[in-house]
Design a protein around this ligand. Structure first.
Ligand code: ADP
Ligand code: TRP
Length: 327
């Protein structure tokens, strides 16, 4: 049997450059390898764990599927689906929650950050977020998960749950590992933290044109441009990280310029803007084509749900039996 891959993005906003480099690119790479069977979903149920607008959720979910297609995911090669269309995920999440302690979930840094951000939304669904994510992965017995580094604590929980289930009930869940790309951590444009859609000004949207990218980069903080060693943390280090990702052959040139105190940020930023735009323009062009193919996209989603349900149903049945339920 082929090894399985599972990944997903929430439907909180259209994916940005960090999502593409950290997760999307890895998703595409794995889809192209014959030894893997790839399952990619839009995690719409996870979207409900923080405040959201119900009038936009369905449209946004479909937009993210179209963004997946534009990034290069191919329904002939991958199963593309919407999480809530496969109810087996939530059913397995319930079963997995029986081997997960409240203490463990409430101490997770990701949980703590979210309740700090949304003090009024400390819900059961948010506490259960990692358990549902573990179910998403384990229900396909996925071995690799293409996500950014910020998701590693969640993967650790999925591994712990897999071990516990295997030990207590004799299931055969593999311990899922992160599949990282070289863009597994894309820094914020603001010089601190990661590029994130929840921080305005921190990200480049996949829909940005060259002018917009230049304008955003122009606002990225800098320093005097040397002389000295290139900083390893902070805003300038982040700009060098972008060079490494988009213009690796210019790293030496700009590093030397910095050491000599001659770095001109305007030149660096302009060159970077063009390189970034060059990378996302093909995605924008493909995205444009799907706009007029709404019915085709519906069909892809429908077919994806059918295939995902078939695979998920098998695992669920197995787990129920092993847990001693009357089946
Ligand atoms: P955001 O943090 O912008 O809300 P999500 O949490 O929806 O993004 O993340 C979707 C996917 O994109 C996850 O796999 C996540 O690890 C990845 N990702 C998000 N931001 C970055 C980033 N700055 N660098 C690399 N990967 C990222
Ligand atoms: N938690 C992930 C994020 O914020 C989204 C997600 C939900 C996911 N279920 C998943 C990612 C399963 C990988 C595998 O981006």
């Amino acid at each position: 049997m082929k090894k399985r891959i599972l990944a997903g993005m929430r439907a909180v906003a259209r994916p940005h450059l960090g999502n593409y480099l950290g997760a999307g690119k890895g998703m595409v790479q794995l889809q192209e390898r014959a030894e893997y069977e790839t399952f990619y979903m839009v995690a719409d149920l996870h979207t409900l764990t923080t405040p959201y607008d119900k009038d936009y959720l369905a449209g946004l979910t479909k937009d993210v599927v179209m963004d997946y297609l534009a990034m290069g995911l191919d329904p002939e090669k991958s199963v593309l689906f919407v999480q809530s269309h496969v109810p087996q995920h939530t059913e397995l999440a319930y079963l997995l929650s029986t081997v997960t302690t409240v203490a463990k979930m409430s101490h997770l840094p990701t949980y703590k950050e979210k309740i700090k951000e949304y003090p009024q939304h400390s819900t059961m669904a948010l506490l259960n977020y990692p358990v549902l994510m573990a179910a998403d992965i384990l229900i396909y017995k996925a071995e690799k998960v293409p996500v950014g580094v910020d998701q590693e604590p969640h993967l650790e929980i999925a591994r712990e749950i897999a071990r516990r289930m295997n030990a207590d009930y004799g299931t055969d869940f593999p311990e899922p590992k992160m599949f990282g790309t070289k863009g597994a951590y894309v820094p914020s444009l603001l010089g601190e933290g990661k590029m994130s859609k929840s921080v305005g000004g921190s990200y480049i949207a996949l829909t940005d044109d060259l002018q917009m990218i230049s304008a955003k980069l122009a606002k990225a903080p800098t320093d005097a441009g040397g002389p000295g060693e290139v900083p390893i943390t902070g805003p300038v280090a982040n700009l060098f990280k972008f060079l490494e990702l988009f213009l690796p052959n210019r790293l030496e040139y700009y590093g030397e310029a910095y050491r000599q105190g001659k770095l001109r940020y305007a030149e660096l930023k302009e060159e970077l803007a063009r390189a970034i735009y060059g990378e996302i323009r093909p995605i924008q062009e493909r995205r444009e084509q799907f706009k007029s193919k709404s019915e085709m996209v519906d069909e892809i989603i429908h077919e994806g749900a059918r295939k995902a349900k078939e695979a998920a149903g098998k695992t669920l049945q197995e787990v129920k039996e092993k847990m001693g339920l009357l089946v």
